[in-house]
Design a protein around this ligand. Structure first.
Ligand code: PEP
Ligand code: MG
Length: 629
């Protein structure tokens, strides 16, 4: 098996560092920052509709106590390098937090800015850093042991020499805590941590934390959790997509949320408006309760559309399917009346586990989904690993490097990884093919940029088919179609060539927007620049759709664009007749489809495609929606 090389100095399974922006408060500072009785409104990115009311639960990272590890003299250099990497990573995290401070209320800025400066200084040429390096060399211990021992030794020394005055003691405690906090940050960036546990999350709570990975969302129980607010995150990152799919009201990218939210205090999360209200006054609370009831009523109305056909007013049939990221969504898909699964993101199968699932285990899971769809088609996407989707089993089995590359979105991900790890790819294809006797299945390849990748993938596919036949496995006839995601500008602009060889296209507008505009889809800082209505994105989509239609290849859109009814007329007008979206969006999009004629949409799309300014396009979309409501 070809393997991506792990970094040379691989210690006992260090974990991919996570973006951390939390600053521990020095002792003596007010816990939570806000007085309990003061109502406070924070603004973030609206990612998952609905209003939640509940007590704040702060998911703090578990305390770090790394196992003591001794090293050989030959490992000194490697350990020093690990420490340097962790220092660089920590500095980057602090710089990022510094850059976002002006989004915080002035009071919090004044409190946090000096702290960040102290931490940054400590990571420079300080005694702390020199001594940590010396411990690695002289005591022959691993980097995390050196960090732990040195930060603890300095903290204890600082406390020991504090004078008797209350002020001196408070100042010493503050300094000791600063040293320990920088030690914790370094250790977090150096060591592997256990999966985050949400077991203690009380029913009906609002989860407030700095950052949630997609793998963390996979551990949340939507029936127990009221809502989510995080400091970081973007509108169409996978965390946002999964929260939306689970129907958990959520606001991400709320600068200062963890600083301001006191555990146990009442909070309102308005996932439609992108607002988090802490310590709401009575009138605000009453409004929020009314909004909760209104939203539930609206859902009931949409549910009535379930049995109606998705057909335009001039009788064009439209396929509305659901995206699936977690098994917990299956009942929602059934309730929504989706015509099958248009995008099964198979990543969840590999998350929060130490070992990769084998062929039998995967086949059983795929079969379960296919049977649950009762004859409606299921499009299973092969594993789409990327830097953002932290998948523990891949790291544990050495299939991806422990440390993310400098530029994860542009490095080995999606189909690139599958082709580098053919055993892993073959296992998944074999499992899908075996499961496909249970109902109609299509296989989708993620992150294609060249026709060579598609050809190489087809070769692997055919090899797996031959092997399964030799093994005497029963396979579906005809074999499942092999399609590709159009989610890079390269794929979109080569769509005419790719359409000759791919069996179908699924347009991934999320990544297509990110790569076209050079804007990270999961990053709060550039969220305002992430715009799928940018004419460049629309032109790429138009080119890909026309290329598919010309060769009569099925084409759908499965990015978040598909689930927003405001975009439906434009997408229909561009020629799309197949959409896959989060299940709860299906009724709304169906309602819109039934209100409009394909012919009017085609005229409308021509007008839109003449524009070169996305804010004008947005206005046109709003006007069209109002005129056709
Ligand atoms: C996309 O990029 O639009 C897409 C559907 O894939 P994912 O969101 O899983 O990257
Ligand atoms: Mg994608």
């Amino acid at each position: 098996m070809s393997r991506i090389k792990a970094p040379p100095a691989k210690p006992a399974a260090p974990r991919r560092p996570r973006a951390k922006t939390m600053i521990a408060k020095p002792p003596g500072s007010k816990p939570g920052g806000a007085k309990p009785s003061v109502e406070r409104r924070l603004i973030g990115i609206p990612v998952s509709e609905g209003v939640a009311i509940g007590p704040v639960f702060s998911a703090i990272e578990p305390e770090i106590t790394p196992a003591r590890r001794r090293i050989q003299a030959a490992d000194i250099e490697a350990e020093r390098r690990r420490l340097d990497d962790a220092v660089t990573q920590s500095k980057k995290q602090l710089a990022k937090l510094r850059g976002r401070l002006d989004l915080l209320p002035e009071e919090s800025q004044a409190e946090i800015a000096p702290l960040i400066d102290v931490y940054t200084q400590m990571l420079g040429p300080s005694r702390l850093m020199r001594n940590m390096r010396r411990r690695i060399e002289e005591n022959l211990v691993a980097a995390e042991t050196a960090v732990h021992d040195e930060s603890e030794a300095i903290a204890v020394a600082v406390l020991a020499v504090a004078g008797d005055e209350a002020e001196q003691r408070a100042s010493a405690r503050r300094h000791a805590e600063e040293v320990r906090e920088i030690g914790r940050r370094l250790m977090r960036n150096l060591t592997r941590q256990p999966f985050r546990s949400f077991a203690a999350l009380p029913a009906g709570a609002v989860l407030v934390c700095e950052y949630l990975r997609p793998a963390d969302v996979a551990l949340l129980d939507p029936a127990r959790l009221a809502g989510v607010a995080t400091d970081e995150g973007g509108a169409d990152g996978h965390t946002a997509i999964m929260l939306r799919a689970l129907g958990i009201p959520a606001v991400l990218g709320v600068a200062g949320a963890t600083e301001a939210a006191r555990p146990g205090a009442l909070a309102i999360v308005d996932g439609g408006k992108g607002e988090v209200i802490l310590n709401p006054q009575t009138a605000t609370l009453l409004d929020a309760r009314r909004a909760v009831t209104g939203f539930a009523r609206q859902r009931q109305q949409w549910a009535r559309l379930k049995r109606l056909a998705a057909i335009t007013s001039d009788n064009q049939a439209v396929e509305l399917q659901a995206n699936l990221e977690l098994p917990a969504e299956l009942p929602l898909i059934a309730q929504a009346g989706a015509a099958g699964i248009g995008l099964l993101r198979s990543e969840f199968l590999f998350m929060n586990r130490e070992r990769m699932p084998n062929e039998d285990q995967q086949a059983e899971i795929y079969r379960g989904f296919i049977e649950a769809m009762g004859g409606d088609p299921v499009t299973i996407r092969a594993l789409d690993w990327s830097g953002e989707k932290e998948i523990d089993a891949l790291i544990a089995e050495g299939l991806v490097p422990d440390l993310p590359p400098e530029n994860p979105a542009l490095s080995v991900r999606g189909l690139r990884l599958l082709l580098r790890q053919p055993e892993m790819f073959e296992t998944q294809l074999a499992a899908i093919l075996r499961a496909a006797i249970a109902g109609p299945v299509r296989i989708l390849l993620p992150m294609v940029t060249t026709i060579g990748e598609l050809r190489a993938a087809r070769e692997v596919f055919e090899r797996v088919v031959r092997r399964l036949r030799r093994r005497g496995e029963r396979l579906p006839e005809p074999l499942p179609p092999l399609g590709i995601m159009i989610e890079t500008p390269a794929a979109a602009l080569s769509a005419d060539a790719l359409a000759l060889e791919a069996d179908f296209f699924a347009i991934g507008s999320n990544d297509l927007t990110m790569y076209t505009l050079a804007v990270d889809r999961a990053e709060a800082e550039v969220a305002a620049l992430y715009d799928p209505l940018h004419p460049a994105v629309l032109r790429l989509m138009q080119f890909a759709i026309e290329a598919a239609l010309l060769l009569r290849k099925p084409v759908s859109v499965c990015g978040e664009l598909a689930g927003n009814p405001k975009f439906t007329p434009l997408l229909l007008g561009l020629g799309l007749r197949s959409f896959s979206m989060n299940a709860s969006a299906v009724p709304r999009v169906k309602q819109r489809v039934r209100q409009i004629s394909a012919e009017a949409c085609a005229r409308f799309a021509r007008r839109v495609m003449e524009q070169n300014d996305s804010s004008l396009i947005d206005e046109l979309l709003s006007e069209f929606a109002e005129a056709n409501d």
